[in-house]
Design a protein around this ligand. Structure first.
Ligand SMILES: [Zn+2]
Length: 623
């Protein structure tokens, strides 16, 4: 009996552990911060009260804070990597050579003590007890005074001090556009602990992952500075600058103003400040207020005015094609060094080129869904936020500009370049671990966008559109993984799709289907097709006859156990499915060879075939 009881107990424990491993959970944070900024020397001090709730099934004895600004110091991991990578980010280096023979110098390595960035905790307690900490550059390791049990909350109180670095990347002072303060990655930020463990990634180059919660942030700054950022301003009548309701009398007191922002259910907090910002407000039909903050500079003001109604159209597009934007406001702010997404706001440089400003705004705004709301881990799965954003913002711009053409054509070209260059690494590579920046960018942005566009080829455009809506419904305010996304696509379409996720994202296997031969046969024509690449795909072949009529032959991929719904007015013939292991396939066409003008594999060009030169027979009209 004892033995039986033991094994029963063993079964119960393993069963409950198995449940813990598969159930979704996420931590929760509530930040209350008060910071004081010195605009003369770019130093700031702050207090932070952080209530941390452990929703994991695990007892925690350590936590980690990101101290991002410490990356902007000579000798940091970010500096070292910048010196070693073959194609460094041009914003972060000086080129002492020329374009042909570059000789890069890390800008971080050249920073003096009063130009570097830093962020230090000067005191830290947990529920009133002092904790031990270890500085590991951009990560602060905290050995807890008391373990945090599953389901319990604890309160950390920290005093911190920081210095805003000279603008190098994303954050900093006095960027190229002359914006005084781009305050992103600026506060001690608790690292995420989720179902995949701790994510205390050092800040080397790539992007972020965070814990959702509520932020209450007060920023004390010289009264001439105008702030835009995450959250809703709580005291507009004391601040003014266009935040107050029309007709309100603004009562400003003292040399500094205390700007109090509140933001709910976000995993980051960013802001920018400048004494020369213009602030415009636009109320949209959906009830979301759009704010625009940009320099009073005649070179850029026209473009910054012109993007305002377009941003409202983007909002309406994303609301419909992904799901409703859930926060009360969004701010498009001039700052940073290109474009970067943050909670309820973005920092974007430029404005001299309107199209580029609109393109960046569309991209960064789309990140409010694919990252801020559908919070994928940007370090581990960069293609899920960058690729999805590239895809949907391309579609949105095509719609609002009423352009025809494939908005992801550039992404297909980028993917084709890297796939055939020998430099490609799989998309499962950690964002920091790509050999060169180009391989990262193309894997994340281009190959990520092609992932979705090509999924439209595999399951049909209607199923893809439904997948995006359901992905939003099931995963908003959570951390979805690649598998979570493909499961939604499977449930929406009914097709088996795991092969697609595996081959496309975890390998560098390529798609290459070819027309090997076209021969006269007894009852028409025999077309021999070949799979030359390792990656499987369902295959569509368009046959155009001399009279201009078209027939579409569809060969389902056997491992999908599924057939794509027919669409459009072209006659479609569903053939026997194609089992992957067979390299060739004989397609019988009941038309004499002499009547055939051309044959083409994948006329839609949505299948990312690396060699399209073997996809055609005869004279194919190019559109
Ligand atoms: Zn992006």
């Amino acid at each position: 009996m004892k033995k039986l009881i033991f094994s029963l107990a063993f079964l119960v424990t393993t069963f409950s552990q198995a449940q813990n491993n598969t159930c979704y959970w996420q931590q929760h944070v509530d930040y209350d911060m008060d910071v004081d900024m010195n605009v003369e020397n770019y130093r700031y001090t702050g207090t932070q009260e952080l209530v941390y709730t452990n929703n994991s099934p695990d007892t925690l004895t350590k936590v980690y804070y990101h101290m991002f600004f410490n990356a902007f110091q000579p000798g940091s991991e970010m500096d070292r990597r910048l010196q070693d990578i073959k194609d460094p980010d041009s914003r972060m280096v000086n080129n002492k050579g020329d374009r042909q023979n570059p000789d890069y110098e890390s800008r971080i390595a050249k920073l003096s003590d009063d130009e570097i960035g830093y962020l230090r905790a000067t005191s830290l307690t947990q529920d009133g007890k002092k904790v031990e900490t270890e500085d590991q550059e951009t990560i602060l390791v905290v050995h807890l005074a008391e373990p945090i049990l599953p389901g319990k909350s604890t309160t950390f109180k920290m005093e911190f001090e920081g210095q805003v670095p000279v603008q190098i990347r994303r954050s900093g002072r006095n960027n190229a556009d002359g914006v005084a303060l781009s305050m992103t990655q600026w506060y001690p930020k608790l690292a995420e602990y989720d179902f995949e463990g701790w994510h205390a990634d050092p800040y080397i180059a790539r992007e972020f992952h965070g814990v959702w919660g509520d932020f209450d942030v007060t920023i004390n700054i010289d009264k001439d500075y105008l702030i835009g950022g995450t959250g809703v301003l709580q005291n507009p009548e004391e601040i003014g600058f266009g935040y107050e309701e029309e007709g309100t009398k603004v009562k400003r007191k003292g040399k500094k103003l205390a700007w109090n922002f509140k933001a709910e259910k976000v995993h980051d907090f960013a802001w920018a400040a400048d004494p020369e910002f213009i602030h415009d407000k636009l109320e949209t039909e959906s009830g979301v207020t759009l704010h625009f903050l940009y320099k009073d500079d005649p070179k850029v003001t026209e473009a910054w005015k012109k993007i305002q109604p377009e941003t409202a159209k983007l909002l309406a597009f994303f609301n419909e094609h992904i799901g409703p934007y859930p926060w009360p406001q969004y701010s498009v702010i001039q700052g940073g060094d290109g474009g970067m997404e943050y909670a309820m706001c973005t920092l974007i440089t430029g404005g001299e080129n309107y199209n580029s400003l609109l393109g960046t705004t569309a991209h960064e705004f789309a990140h409010s869904w694919f990252q801020q709301l559908l919070g994928t881990n940007e370090s581990e799965h960069p293609w899920m936020d960058e690729g999805f954003t590239t895809y949907i913002s391309g579609l949105a711009q095509k719609t609002i500009k009423e352009n025809s053409g494939n908005p992801t054509a550039g992404s297909y070209r980028g993917y084709n370049y890297i796939a055939t260059s020998g430099l490609e690494q799989p998309q499962t590579t950690h964002g920091d671990r790509y050999d060169i920046n180009t391989a990262y960018s193309i894997a994340a942005y281009s190959k990520g966008a092609v992932f979705l566009a090509q999924l439209g080829y595999i399951i049909g455009q209607e199923n893809l559109a439904k997948t995006l809506n359901r992905y939003y419904d099931e995963w908003k305010f959570k951390h979805p993984t690649p598998n979570d996304f493909i499961r939604v696509a499977e449930k929406v379409s009914g097709a088996e799709l795991h092969w697609y996720l595996t081959d496309w994202t975890e390998t560098t296997n390529q798609i290459d289907y070819a027309i090997n031969s076209v021969e006269e046969a007894e009852n028409g024509t025999k077309v021999t097709l070949e799979r030359k690449g390792l990656m499987p795909m369902p295959v569509e072949v368009t046959v155009t006859l001399n009279d201009g009529s078209k027939k579409l032959y569809y060969m389902p991929l056997r491992m999908m156990r599924w057939e794509k719904p027919a669409k459009g007015d072209v006659e479609r013939i569903v053939e026997e499915d194609w089992p992957w292991a067979y390299p060739t396939y004989e397609l019988q066409i009941d038309t004499p060879k002499a009547d055939i003008k051309s044959i083409e594999i994948d006329e839609s060009q949505l299948m990312a075939d690396v060699n399209r030169s073997n996809n055609t027979y005869g004279q194919v009209d190019s559109e």
